[in-house]
Design a protein around this ligand. Sequence first.
Ligand SMILES: [Zn+2]
Length: 145
Amino acid sequence: MAKKQNIKKKVEAAKKPKIKKGLRVSSREKKIHEIKKKLIAQRKALLAEAIEALNELPGQTVFPDLGDQASAEIDRSFMLRLRGRERKLLKKIEDAIEKINQGTFGICDKCGEEINIKRLEARPVTNMCIECKTQQEEEERLTEA
Ligand SMILES: [Zn+2]
């Protein structure tokens, strides 16, 4: 009787850590690895777009008349703004990649809890869990009103 229990305990002790470490952690890590690949591809595309936008800046455009100049200036300020937004997004993407490299990716900035993997897959650059984000948005709405 005592012998049987001992064997059972030994088997359980050998099995348990393997199951815990293996399945749960690696499926999240695997998904984060996929997210990293997507982020790198997104960064590459954004950089290509930004470079293209730079080359197309209408700085050297010759305006045939004043009427066209007005619309060209709208285009220019629009493009500058777009580049600013691209820059911001690029920064977020780079931060996310950096966090993945350091192993701190997917942790909520506000409460320190793990951010749901589905949320991370949908919005890899997010730095807050859905609860904190919702709370922040509600606070923002209140201060705006
Ligand atoms: Zn949170």
